[in-house]
Design a protein around this ligand. Structure first.
Ligand code: THU
Length: 161
């Protein structure tokens, strides 16, 4: 028997003032775009903004539905936008934030399992690690250097070959 360990490092910032300018601007956009979320059922408004390798930005917000499972997360809305409008262009950095009518937005959230799966395949197919900035409207900010860290033991397309 062997035991193996998976660990990863990430950065923790106390506030936006500690971030480099580009990252601070991207996070400001993610915080602002939460206003475009349609989340009347959860009251949890998620915003995601990505800076692409070509300098363009793309956004996504969660879009809920009265038939609850039809709703889609901000991250996968963003990936659809990126793939459709900028096919083949890698994502350099992705900022994710949220707001809520019910709970304080004072700490980072991390993408749900389904979005991690989608983000990992996007990262792999565009052959470039996606840096992720995670933060509420206030509070600490996490920066993770690749989606791989968020989904150990991932199911990947290689399994289907
Ligand atoms: N949600 C996202 O859009 N992204 C996440 O990373 C977590 C959850 C959405 C789904 C649903 O509309 C609401 O937040 C509450 O779960």
């Amino acid at each position: 028997m062997k035991e193996k360990k998976f660990e990863f490092q990430y950065e923790v910032y106390d506030d936006v003032g500690e971030l480099k300018k580009e990252d601070a601007e991207l996070l400001a956009k993610a915080r602002a775009v939460t206003k475009q979320a349609y989340a009347p059922y959860s009251n949890f408004f998620v915003g995601a903004v990505a800076k692409l390798k070509n300098g363009q930005t793309v956004s996504g917000t969660n879009q809920e539905n009265a038939s609850y499972p039809v709703g889609i997360c901000a991250e996968r809305v963003l990936l659809g936008n990126a793939a459709t409008n900028y096919p083949g262009i890698s994502i350099d950095t992705l900022a994710i934030s949220y707001d809520s009518k019910d709970v304080p937005s004072d700490h980072p959230i991390s993408p749900c399992g389904m979005c991690r799966q989608a983000l990992l395949e996007y990262e792999t197919r565009t052959e470039n690690p996606i840096r992720v900035i995670l933060a509420g409207q206030q509070g600490k900010i996490y920066v993770v250097s690749t989606i791989k860290f968020l989904l150990p033991f991932a199911f990947t397309p290689e399994e289907l070959l």
